[in-house]
Design a protein around this ligand. Structure first.
Ligand SMILES: [Cu+2]
Length: 118
């Protein structure tokens, strides 16, 4: 019946942690190594990958693996796609200028990622 007292001394140090993201011209985080893909999964209120690289000739597949509705809303563009729970939607990137864009879900502000158009 012994108890082990664990004392955790949390010492936060930020030294040595390089900045993983910087801010691009459109206010979106840029990524050092974006994932080149045309499929974006949404699961557990998170986008995979966190940074996607695609071209304006691509069509993104948006796979919602959650049991709630999400949107794929690319700030600064007309892309605003609703993806129902458990469904897949697609959106062409036609006409999107090369750049770095911030993507959010209108219903879940914490659900966001970065889209790079090359
Ligand atoms: Cu959502």
């Amino acid at each position: 019946m012994g108890r082990i007292a664990v004392t955790v001394v949390a010492t936060l140090t930020f030294m040595g942690l390089g900045a993983a993201c910087s801010t691009g011209s459109r206010g979106a985080a840029t990524c050092d190594s974006p994932t080149k893909t045309t499929e974006v999964d949404i699961q557990n209120i998170a986008f995979t990958a966190s940074c996607v690289s695609a071209t304006a000739n691509d069509t993104l597949s948006l796979v919602n693996k959650d049991s709630t509705q999400h949107t794929y809303t690319v700030k600064g563009t007309s892309i605003n796609v609703t993806v129902d729970a458990g469904q897949t939607a697609s959106t062409p990137l036609t006409g999107i200028a090369p750049g770095t864009y911030s993507v959010i879900c209108q219903f879940h502000p914490q659900l966001k990622h970065t889209l790079q158009i090359t």
